[in-house]
Design a protein around this ligand. Structure first.
Ligand code: FAD
Length: 402
């Protein structure tokens, strides 16, 4: 029996597993096992973690994995040994075991990067992982039990990028829901660049500025958070903001398992891969999703660390890893259409197309698209889907743009 091992059950890992299973089924290869290793058999819907009800932002995978013939090992990979085609897993019962593979797909995603800012580890919240977003939600709810002070009523979001903007736009309404509609709430975004959404470009910026203004969100540009304590934070210009709630959103890094694969990595830790998503210079290992630095086209564009890219990177990696093992034809990864849909809370949303992010839709219309993306398009096939439906959805030739 040959084994394809996939580490991670996020967007990229899940679609890799289903796509590999599709090709194996198509080729009627009975001697190949597909195995996913991840801490739990659920897809965490990370793009929704700035919303309320964070703890419920997950979808079960056991049934569709069973339907597709994918095995699941509940555990965390601690070591990869590319020289011996093996990895070490610690399963949920704390047992350590070594598993051999014939091909490996690394799909362990990314994590919020926390720089060594004084007090950040102890006092800042985040919306990066489900447990972290749930902790923020519990904190906001219990603010109502604290004395009515400016610090209680103020939320500061460190980082004015995609996640920071989406989080900030939600916060005035979420604070009022917790503290009462009469409360004087204050939401402040601190962004070290001179513009909000520095990576989003000039196209959607006027829309973002208008939305944040109308929502009553203050934006402080050209300053950084220097230190955080239990009662507030200090900015790089020496000014102080009293707050009980700092949400850190500035920067992400690829999973640290990438460091165990001997290949070139980009500035955020992603492994350089070829057009088939094989890690460059390393035999039998593929990388996908947020751990892959992958060209999306022949025009010099590279995949973003985004769910939009991770889903198709996953489908391609799964197909190609199985094709490589079976001697079937590989399909180069390609994702020529790039869109963004940024949630702007009760104000609406802004939708752009292309790498220049040309605004195509704003306000309520864009919001209903965002709602569709967040509640339907990014979810896995529902439990009860047939094998044929699951495999059709996993076909790498299917173009998914959201
Ligand atoms: C608040 C927020 C908003 C976002 N909004 C958007 C958006 O609007 N649009 C968009 O396209 N993208 C958005 N993103 C980004 C998107 O969520 C990520 O790019 C996407 O989740 C990447 O998918 P992935 O499968 O590579 O990694 P992940 O989804 O992070 O999955 C990684 C998987 O690997 C597992 N894993 C990690 N380490 C190990 C290990 N050692 N052993 C075993 N398993 C392991 C994890 O448990 C998980 O199952 C947002 C992210 C956040 C946090």
């Amino acid at each position: 029996m040959k084994r394809i091992l996939i580490i991670g059950a996020g967007f990229a890992g899940m679609w890799s597993a289903l796509s590999a299973a599709r090709l194996i089924h198509e080729q009627d290869a009975k001697d190949v096992e597909i195995c996913v290793v991840a801490p739990e058999p659920h897809l965490h819907i990370r793009p929704r973690l700035y919303e309320e009800h964070a703890a419920s932002m997950k979808a079960p995978l056991s049934e569709i994995f069973r339907e597709a013939g994918v095995n699941f090992i509940q555990g965390t990979v601690e070591r990869i040994h590319p020289d011996r085609d093996a990895l070490e897993v610690v399963t949920t019962d704390q047992r350590r075991s070594t598993i051999q593979y014939d091909r490996l797909v690394l799909a362990t995603g990314s994590r919020l990067f926390r720089p060594p800012v004084q007090g950040l580890a102890e006092h800042a919240f985040s919306v990066d992982q489900i447990d972290e977003a749930a902790a923020l939600e519990a904190h906001i709810k219990q603010l109502a039990d604290q004395p009515d002070t400016p610090a209680r009523n103020t939320v500061v979001i460190a980082g004015g990028g995609f996640t920071g903007i989406e989080t900030a736009a939600e916060m005035p309404a979420r604070l009022r829901a917790a503290l009462g509609s009469e409360a004087t709430v204050k939401v402040i975004v601190v962004e070290r660049h001179r513009e909000i959404g520095p990576d989003l470009g000039a196209g959607p910026r006027p829309v973002i500025e208008e939305a944040l203004r109308e929502l009553g969100v203050t934006v402080k540009l050209g300053v950084e958070v220097s230190s955080i304590d239990v009662n507030g934070l200090t900015l790089s210009d020496g000014k102080r903001i009293d707050t009980r709630t700092v949400i850190w959103t500035a920067g992400v890094r690829a999973s640290s398992l990438t460091e165990q694969v001997p290949s070139e990595r980009d500035t955020v830790g992603r492994l350089h891969v070829d057009r088939y998503l094989r890690v460059k210079g390393v035999n039998r290992i593929f990388a996908t999703g947020d751990v892959a630095y992958a060209a999306t086209d022949n025009e010099g564009n590279y995949a973003m660390m985004s769910c939009q890219h991770a889903m198709n990177l996953g489908r391609s990696a799964g197909h190609n890893v199985a094709a490589d093992l079976l001697g079937a034809e590989m399909i180069p990864y390609s994702q020529p259409k790039y869109v963004t849909c940024l949630d702007l809370g009760p104000w609406g949303a802004v939708y752009t197309e292309g790498w220049d992010r040309e605004v195509k839709m704003v306000g309520k219309e864009a919001k209903s698209l965002k709602t569709k993306i967040n509640t339907e398009w990014i979810y896995p096939p529902t439990a009860g889907s047939t094998r044929a439906e699951v495999f059709a959805a996993a076909d790498p030739r299917r173009i998914v743009v959201a």
